[in-house]
Unconditional design. Structure first.
Length: 473
């Protein structure tokens, strides 16, 4: 697959789709329906800025209605455009199918550089964006549910929830209109870290398979694996944190201002503190090498490269200089189709975005369920489980004459908190999905990469939904 001369991210996603579709048995009309973006809403609205006005460009794309609601983040970026939002919406459809989250894919975009706006202006933009979505029925707990993406977070999700609520008084499930909300506004424990945690779990799962590590010349397990992470935002910083927790060594970090490297490892916390104080990762005392051009950071020696910033970072222009054996796509679309082909041809392994970063939408699904049920996870059963476990331990102690220590007792008795349940559901989803994808790959000797296998799996599941609706025989 060649690099797209017109730099269309949506075409890149479609070319990955077309490549995988040849390994499925579905009629071309059905494949066309799965691939197409169902609804593309482009709009503009004015905001007051300084003494005048500014017109803001924005989008919401619902890629697939084979399941309702549709789901996907809102990107705040001056580079955002219709093609990018369509591509990201399509990836959401496939992502949800892969991790068995019952949503269609969607995505939103607001074309602004957040650094150029005050908090009050960002609030005006976000609230007005939400009003526009409400007017056209592009938001609602059963319609389309946004979430954070590049440039947005809990704060923006609160504004969206509040605006939607104000416009829909008395709607019982209205808080399920958006996920990624703060806990105080009925968000869920663990959502903020979920995408990064999921990325780290996906990498751990991948490197634990000895049979797959052998051809890469790597030993199984994350212990001591050298990792470079691009992007220290929500996804990148959390992925790095959990990878370190799982035993990996972060040797390189890249941000838009530059990159730093130390083959013996970088202290993530100290780097983050240094960046907070100075506004840059450059000049960090623990770095042996530093690069003013952040792209050079990607090309340094490591086992695993984790692009967690934006799309199109690894292309035919730099793929031959990438030294990593594994690329774990924490960002959406970081590797162009040609670069991916060349990397796999030289024996590399790619953990594809639509699986690798699916932890965010998985926990967003849990948050949506919590909002619909109006009760937090663990609230009904935590105390009940503790009492039942306590009775059981008391009985076993009495029958055996063996007494547990206080620590042992509390470990055995303890009921699960919301955070523990969320993390457990996330881990189960990431582990299970990885082996499902690997199974599809290993069961068809024409498929030689995980992305194609993931697409085949997604296409088959979405096709079944359409068939069950009676749309296709
Ligand atoms: P974010 O805004 O929190 O962080 C992105 C970071 O990347 C920023 O710190 C930015 O300065 C940095 N960056 C930008 N350009 C760079 C460059 N050229 N080199 C190095 N660093 C650069 O965004 P995020 O939420 O962490 O999202 C990152 C990626 O993960 C996006 O592709 C997004 O679509 C994807 N993603 C996010 C979520 C989520 O839950 N937030 C879920 C799934 C996928």
């Amino acid at each position: 697959m060649a690099d797209n001369a017109n730099q269309s991210f949506f075409n890149d996603v479609c070319s990955f789709f077309d490549h995988a579709a040849q390994y499925t048995q579905h009629p071309s009309g059905l494949l066309d329906q799965i691939k197409a973006c169902n609804s593309v809403y482009r709009f503009r609205f004015p905001i007051r800025k300084g003494d005048g006005f500014e017109v803001i460009d924005a989008w919401r794309v619902e890629h697939s209605h084979h399941m309702s609601p549709t789901k996907g983040g809102i990107r705040y970026s001056e580079m955002v455009n219709e093609d990018e939002v369509m591509a990201l919406a399509a990836l959401m459809t496939y992502k949800c199918a892969i991790v068995n989250v019952p949503f269609g894919g969607a995505k939103g975009g607001i074309k602004i550089n957040t650094k150029n706006y005050t908090i009050a202006e960002l609030e005006t933009i976000t609230r007005r964006y939400t009003v526009e979505l409400v007017k056209k029925n592009f938001i609602g707990p059963a319609i389309d549910v946004p979430a954070p993406d590049y440039g947005s977070g809990e704060r923006e999700m609160s504004w969206i929830a509040d605006t939607y609520n104000t416009m829909n008084p008395g709607q019982l499930d209205s808080l399920g209109c958006v996920t990624g909300k703060p806990i105080s506004l009925h968000g869920i424990m663990g959502r903020k870290e979920a995408t990064g945690r999921g990325v780290a779990i996906s990498i751990r799962e991948c490197v634990d398979v000895a049979e797959d590590m052998k051809p890469l010349g790597l030993t199984p397990g994350l212990d001591g694996k050298r990792v470079i992470v691009q992007g220290l935002g929500n996804v990148g910083s959390n992925a790095a944190k959990f990878l370190i927790e799982f035993g990996a060594t972060v040797v390189g970090l890249c941000e838009y201002e530059g990159a730093i490297y130390n083959e013996d490892g970088l202290d993530l916390k100290e780097v983050m503190e240094h960046r907070k104080e100075t506004g840059s990762i450059l000049g960090f005392g623990g770095a042996r090498l530093q690069f003013a051009n952040p792209a050079e950071g990607l090309e340094q020696d490591c086992d695993i490269l984790v692009p967690a910033a934006l799309e199109n970072q690894i292309t035919s222009a730099n793929i031959d200089r990438i030294q990593a054996k594994i690329i774990a796509e924490a960002a959406n679309g970081p590797t162009s189709p040609e670069a991916a082909d060349r990397f796999i041809a030289k024996g590399g392994l790619i953990i594809p975005d639509m699986y690798c970063n699916a932890g965010g939408v998985t926990v967003s699904y849990f948050e949506w369920l919590k909002n619909l049920s109006h009760v937090s996870f663990g609230r009904m059963d935590k105390r009940y489980d503790e009492t039942a476990n306590k009775n059981l331990v008391n009985l076993v102690e009495k029958l055996t004459g063996v007494s547990l220590s206080t620590e042992q007792r509390s470990l055995v008795i303890r009921g699960a908190s919301e955070l523990e349940l969320v993390n457990s559901g996330l881990e189960e989803t990431m582990i299970h999905s990885y082996h499902d994808i690997r199974h599809v790959k290993n069961n068809d000797n024409r498929i030689n990469d995980l992305r194609t296998a993931a697409f085949v799996m997604a296409i088959n599941k979405i096709a079944v939904s359409y068939m069950n609706m009676g749309i296709w025989p």
